[in-house]
Design a protein around this ligand. Structure first.
Ligand SMILES: NC(=O)C1=CN([C@@H]2O[C@H](COP(=O)(O)OP(=O)(O)OC[C@H]3O[C@@H](n4cnc5c(N)ncnc54)[C@H](O)[C@@H]3O)[C@@H](O)[C@H]2O)C=CC1
Ligand SMILES: O=C([O-])CC(=O)C(=O)O
Length: 332
């Protein structure tokens, strides 16, 4: 059997981690033959709760779980890790936008960037979940100069999964039949969920989603807005933000990053922008990517309509504004 892989989950005593830890520890992410040592980071007041999580992980009797390291010390949490789920951060409440969390959360990602730089493996793959995820990932990478910047990503997979579920429901097919939905830009209400390159398998043959949906007005309005506002709809209903679905999306993101995407399929990830599709450079922008041997690559050459161009520009501008605000907060 392989050597155990060290994986850190921050915010380990919180809501998302409560679902995520089980998914990771039972092999959903790194595969059924990869033993794991889980490093669990939270803040000092949460150590009692974290102890309960550690007890439950033990009580799951999971064969792949070779060790658990609960801690409030980033030096211990990030030591020698190959994968990092950065979940720990304040969630938004009803009526807030995700960017309202910048002042509360961005400093966490400076500190954790520095700790990753010092203690993690140099090829660590980092997924930022804590909001505002794109800008937190950008800041984290800036404070970890010894780790390649492409190793820092932000989660828009929950938005992709939401988009996939909306399309599957609209055309009444199982969700697994729908793929290649794209989330462009920021994990915020300016994101652009784009179904124009998506495909659906019907009776063994693959068709374009817009051709099957046959309702461009719906795709440009109700569909886009439903996905953009889904996080807020869950908060309104649950009085707490999405957790089970966020954990599933984090698992999907890291699994594809480690194990690769299927042929002809792409997924969306917030990655450091190289300016593809006219997006601003040096922000973490969600693009469609394919992944092979642990390396993501932005899918090139997709046609961008005038409608899409407008929405891409809006979300890119928001990311530039968030970057500026984040730098001001950190330097204050
Ligand atoms: N990117 C995405 O799609 C999504 C992102 N989120 C975000 O994920 C974050 C976590 O959400 P929940 O688990 O629901 O929140 P939660 O409040 O249940 O848990 C957060 C945990 O992080 C811990 N924490 C705070 N500061 C920390 C630090 N410096 N180091 C380590 N741990 C720290 C807290 O003590 C708490 O246990 C929020 O920012 C939320 O907005 C939530 C859903 C989807
Ligand atoms: O909406 C929120 O604040 C939590 C989140 O990121 C999501 O559910 O997509």
């Amino acid at each position: 059997m392989a050597e155990p892989l060290r994986v850190v989950v921050t915010g380990a005593a919180g809501q998302i981690a409560y679902s995520l830890l089980y998914m990771v520890a039972k092999g959903d992410v790194f595969g059924p033959n990869q033993p794991l040592i889980l490093h669990l980071l939270d803040i000092p007041p949460m150590m009692g709760v974290l102890e309960g999580v550690v007890m439950e992980l033990a009580d799951c009797a999971l064969p792949l779980l070779h060790g658990v390291v609960p801690t409030d010390d980033p030096a211990v949490a990030f030591n020698n890790v190959s994968a990092a789920f950065l979940v720990g951060a304040m969630p938004r409440k009803q009526g807030m936008e995700r960017k309202d969390l910048l002042s509360a959360n961005v400093k966490i990602f400076k500190v954790q960037g520095e700790a990753l730089d010092k203690y993690a493996k140099k090829d660590v793959k980092v997924l930022v979940v804590g909001n505002p995820a794109n800008t937190n990932a950008l800041i984290c990478s800036r404070y970890a100069p010894s780790i390649p910047r492409e190793n820092f990503t932000a989660m828009t997979r929950l938005d992709q999964n939401r988009a996939q579920a909306q399309i599957a429901a609209k055309i009444n097919v199982p969700v697994r039949k729908v793929s290649n939905l794209i989330i462009w830009g920021n994990h915020s209400s300016t994101q652009f969920p784009d179904a124009s390159h998506a495909v659906v398998e019907v009776n063994g043959s693959v068709s374009s989603v817009p051709e099957v949906v046959k309702d461009q007005a719906w795709l440009n309005s109700v569909f886009v807005e439903t996905v953009q506002k889904r996080g807020a709809a869950v908060i309104n209903a649950r009085k707490m933000s999405s957790a089970m679905s966020a954990a599933k999306a984090a698992s999907d993101h890291m699994k594809d990053w480690f194990l690769g995407t299927a042929p002809e399929r792409f997924v969306s990830m917030g990655v450091l922008s190289d300016g593809s599709y006219g997006a601003p450079k040096d922000v973490v922008f969600s693009f469609p990517v394919t992944i092979k041997a642990g390396k993501w690559e932005i899918v090139q050459g997709l046609k961008i309509s005038d409608f899409a161009r407008q929405l891409l520009d809006v979300t890119g501008k928001e990311l530039e504004e968030e970057r500026q605000e984040a730098i001001q907060i950190i330097e204050a």
